[in-house]
Design a protein around this ligand. Structure first.
Ligand code: SAH
Length: 273
């Protein structure tokens, strides 16, 4: 807590507050990166984001989380949020009028560079570069779909960008939202204690990360590679880079080709290890 900036106008935050309480009772902190999540399941948040480094950063006011419960914006006595698909077919679709009200409410105090994101299997797959961009915004608003998804007019009207967690179908956008927020929040300065660790890890230079080892030096007859115990920093750095390149070439030819193009290398060159 000692390095919490004074500028956000909060003197101290009780260490006993749980992340969920922080979400519901904390005063809005102007100028702090904020994730607004529009969902039918606000109790699913902060979820895993309340743990470990993202949870501590939430408690320390390095970012904030706000959920917008869709239910109160529903129609009629039962606050319905969905209806049958126009044109027929299975399942239900989330209504444009209900979503429109909730989104307008969420955006009332969203100012500046503030991407609107609909989590969707039709979206652009989430990448480290996208997380980097989101972390540099003032905040983001995430719309979590359920059922068959949302009425297209909402996406068009508000200009949502669609982001996918991958080529598979989830039952709702909440897990995807938490994954996106996690990947983004850890890039906000000071969220990870040791910021250098984001510079060397997978994808930071378009390569997958080298293998990692720790004690014991020998486990189950397997030793840590000698070079990592040599104390020779230049050699260790070279070994790690070579391993990262080899892994990327073997596992992700798409990333490898892009990396070679950026560095003027021949993707088919033989690797010396
Ligand atoms: N009928 C839709 C799937 C709906 S799944 C289709 O075929 O495209 C219900 C909700 O889960 C979606 O609205 C979306 O918000 C979320 N979801 C499902 N798969 C996802 C994925 N791969 N990435 C991000 N969100 C996803």
């Amino acid at each position: 807590m000692t390095d919490t900036p004074k500028s956000h106008g909060r003197k101290s935050i009780s260490a006993t507050l749980k992340p969920r309480e922080l979400m519901t009772h904390a005063p809005k902190l102007a100028g702090i990166w904020t994730a607004k999540v529009i969902t039918l399941f606000p109790e699913a948040f902060p979820g895993v984001l309340g743990e470990s480094l993202t949870g501590k950063a939430l408690k320390d006011g390095l970012w904030q989380l706000e959920t917008v419960d869709l239910r109160p914006f529903g129609e009629g006595k039962h606050r319905n949020v969905d209806d049958t698909p126009a044109g027929g077919g299975a399942g239900m679709v989330m209504r444009a009028d209900v979503l429109g009200r909730a989104i307008t409410h969420a955006q009332r105090d969203a100012h500046g560079n503030w991407p609107l994101i609909y989590l969707s299997p039709r979206g652009r797959p989430l990448t480290q570069a996208m997380a980097q961009q989101f972390s540099q915004a003032d905040g983001i608003t995430l719309l979590c779909g359920r059922f068959e998804g949302v009425d297209q007019r909402v996406i068009d009207h508000f200009g949502f960008q669609e982001v996918s967690l991958g080529d598979f179908v989830l039952t709702g956008g909440e897990i995807a939202a938490q994954a996106l927020i996690d990947a983004t929040v850890r890039l906000i300065p000071r969220v990870l204690g040791n910021h250098a660790s984001t510079e060397e890890e997978s994808f930071s230079d378009g390569l997958l990360e080298h293998p990692q080892y720790t004690r014991p030096a020998v486990w189950d007859g397997r030793a840590i590679p000698d070079i990592l115990q040599s104390g020779h920093h230049a050699k260790i750095t070279a070994w790690r880079r070579a391993m990262a390149e080899r892994l990327t070439k073997e596992r992700r030819p798409d990333l490898w080709r892009a990396y070679c193009a950026r560095h003027g290398r021949d993707p088919d060159e033989d690797q010396e290890l």
